[in-house]
Design a protein around this ligand. Sequence first.
Ligand SMILES: Nc1ncnc2c1ncn2[C@@H]1O[C@H](COP(=O)(O)OP(=O)(O)O)[C@@H](O)[C@H]1O
Ligand SMILES: [Mg+2]
Length: 321
Amino acid sequence: MSAIRFEEVFLKFPGASHPAVNGCTCEVEAGELVVILGPSGCGKTTLLKMVNRLYEPTSGTIYLDGTDIRKMKVTKLRQQIGYVIQQSGLFPHMTVAENIAVVPKLLGWSRTQYQPRIDELLTLIELPPQDYRNRYPSQLSGGQQQRVGLARALAGDPKVMLMDEPFGAIDAITRETLQNEILRLQRQLKKTILFVSHDVEEALRLADKIMILQKGQIVQFDTPFNILTRPANAFVHELVGADDMVRQLSLLRVETAMIDVPQNHQPRSEHTIARHDNLRQALSLLLRTGAQKLTVLDGGNAVGVLTLEHIRDSASMGAGV
Ligand SMILES: Nc1ncnc2c1ncn2[C@@H]1O[C@H](COP(=O)(O)OP(=O)(O)O)[C@@H](O)[C@H]1O
Ligand SMILES: [Mg+2]
């Protein structure tokens, strides 16, 4: 059973000439990070806000773990969903610790339950509790505020995270740090995440799957690899810059092109690469070492192999469209 399922979801705002979301049907599996990508005004935020019922669809149904979300109490629904927006939305008069404790307190946790949770979350987002617990949001940088926003959304241990351009207002360097944080957290926590972005590089870097919206419709829902190498139409092709090979390689993770480890495979330690490294790094390692293949590692375990051919295939397919 998929974690989130959209079935023929429409939303037309009163007085609008066109629907903001126009017949979206798709399934998101548990533990997947799905980036909803598309230009401004294509319906990303509207689609997201229907999941926690900030908006109700004009027609169609959204299921959470198989249950129609209209059949659930809104408060119960929202307890299972963490929500992060571009402006961190932290309460300015509350300390970092108080901000993070908001949801656990609503859930009725006792002080002895939520205090350690605050420290655990601050450690998780790499803001040492002893330094940051008692600060106010105005005493944090923009990037740190977004981290605290993330910790607050995670506090009640929701199954699903909705993130609406959470790093949109952050400078490019901090944004990349935060993107890496998300990937690290996701490997650890395995939440089901719907992440809205209008930034193609961010989408390719983060997504297990990318949902491309055009005027409220899903035009492609696939892995970053397939989106780049087999864009569904000219709009997607243009949007993701499918012609630029170097860009493709530097944005695609090794795991998207590797194949399973053959049974008789003998890994050589100097010819390894991490599954989350990118194909450009893999290519440069292959060329530098003259190795036939690389062993792809995940925390010390061999999870795949990669040859020059696999990389060439990934790069050349996109160029042929
Ligand atoms: N509350 C609203 N009332 C009326 N129209 C809206 C509202 N929110 C969004 N829209 C319209 O719906 C369309 C999709 O908007 P939105 O989902 O915010 O796009 P995105 O997040 O992709 O930029 C746009 O045409 C926008 O003007
Ligand atoms: Mg938006």
